[in-house]
Design a protein. Structure first.
Length: 359
DNA sequence: AACCGACTCAACCGCGGACGA
DNA sequence: ATCGTCCGCGGTTGAGTCGGT
């Protein structure tokens, strides 16, 4: 333990340890640590009311509050900021956290953006507590209907594997779906929302390249969020996110995608698929995928027939009612749809890709 | 009442990115 | 290009509380 590391207690004071830019300040500044008092809260709140947030290191200089900038920022953002919710997470919030964790891993700050009034710290504490409990009880981290989006097929949803979700995105080799999206080439003339950076991504051989591609995709998806006014939740997964945006766009232009009755699939999943498979966004996405000649060369030779022997891609929008129903269904299953999208694409694309590559 | 372990949650720490000099 | 500072993030700690014995 260094001479500066004094065991902490309520109101412990320590020499200024962070800025080091002001000797005078350092000489006379003795910074408190530990729990905040009501008086300190009032000083900080008053400061923010008058000066706004930011420049936290100035707080102690301007107010005489014996707290470092970091401590002030934390106290403000976790306790004093208006509109913060207090108390236990309700059922809806709990479920949201679980869903978000399945999507993002330990991205507490990002998760907090999706849960108004909740802080990253609260969410982190909730998740860690929950994880402990479920481990102890021998329960899986995620309920059956929530799958971690990344590594669906590779890692088990096991109770003793609490950390892998946060670390998988950088290390895993690309899946067929990843490759599909990375190689996804849109026709410039036909698609007004053509995105050059996606079009140009073809090399996924190095993780460094892939990281850089992801960064670019992320930027693209941010742009699309603005264009399509989609919720920020998608930002965690740029490819799916982008696909959704794209799908939503195309869904307004194209007839609904056919039912997947005749797609090879696990029967136990049938109900799950049935409820989401024809949602407009997925529909549009799949349509856009299937009609890309660069991916599937014989786009005219439509690969699937429906149970009724029709090709609904050729139907007019006569089933507008059904589309509307599916729209509401999709909204209800909004989050589930995101996980299902990847499953769906695997289910649809893989047999077809296999068929083409083996012939 | 006293003890003790489990639990919660506020707060701290170290690190890395952004930015300006 | 380098350095220093600020800020935000995720991981960790530990004081206080609760519940069981």
């Amino acid at each position: 333990m260094s001479p500066l590391q004094i065991p902490l207690g309520s109101g412990t004071v320590l020499p200024h340890a962070e800025s080091g830019d002001d000797d005078e300040l350092l000489e006379k500044s003795i910074l408190r640590k530990g729990p905040w008092t009501a008086e300190e809260d009032e000083i900080l709140a008053d400061y923010v009311r008058n000066n706004g947030t930011g420049n936290w290191n100035a707080v102690s200089k301007r107010t005489g509050l014996a707290r470092c900038g970091k401590s002030c920022r934390l106290r403000w953002s976790n306790h004093l900021k208006p509109d913060l919710k207090k108390g236990a997470f309700n059922a809806e919030e709990q479920r949201k956290v679980i869903q978000l964790h399945a999507l993002m891993g330990n991205k507490w700050a990002k998760m907090a953006q999706e849960l108004p009034g909740r802080t990253d710290n609260e969410i982190k504490n909730f998740w860690n507590t929950r994880t402990k409990k479920r481990k102890r009880a021998g329960l899986p981290l995620y309920p059956d209907d929530i799958k971690p989006l990344l590594n669906i097929d590779k890692k088990e949803n096991s109770a003793d594997d609490s950390t892998h979700q946060a670390n998988v995105s950088q290390n895993d080799s690309p899946t067929i779906l990843d490759s599909l999206f990375i190689d996804y080439k849109l026709g410039k003339e036909e698609h007004s929302s053509y995105i050059p950076s996606i079009l140009d991504i073809t090399d996924i051989n190095t993780s460094e390249q892939q990281d850089s591609d992801y960064k670019q995709l992320h930027q693209d998806s941010d742009m699309l969020h603005k264009s399509f006014n989609l919720p920020g939740i998608h930002s965690a997964y740029p490819k799916v996110d982008w696909a959704f945006s794209r799908g939503l766009f195309l869904a307004s232009e194209l007839p609904p995608f056919p039912s997947f009755d005749d797609i090879q699939r696990d029967d136990s999943q049938a109900e799950h698929y049935e409820s989401i498979i024809l949602s407009p966004s997925t529909s549009g996405l799949l349509k856009s995928v299937f009609y890309q000649p660069n991916i599937l060369e014989d786009s005219c030779n439509y690969p699937f027939e429906t149970q009724r022997g029709q090709n609904p891609a050729m139907k007019e929008n006569s089933n507008q009612k059904e589309l509307t129903r599916l729209d509401s269904c999709w909204l209800e299953n909004y989050d589930k749809d995101q996980y299902a999208l990847k499953d769906t694409l695997f289910a649809v694309i893989e047999p077809y890709v296999n068929r083409n590559t083996s012939s």
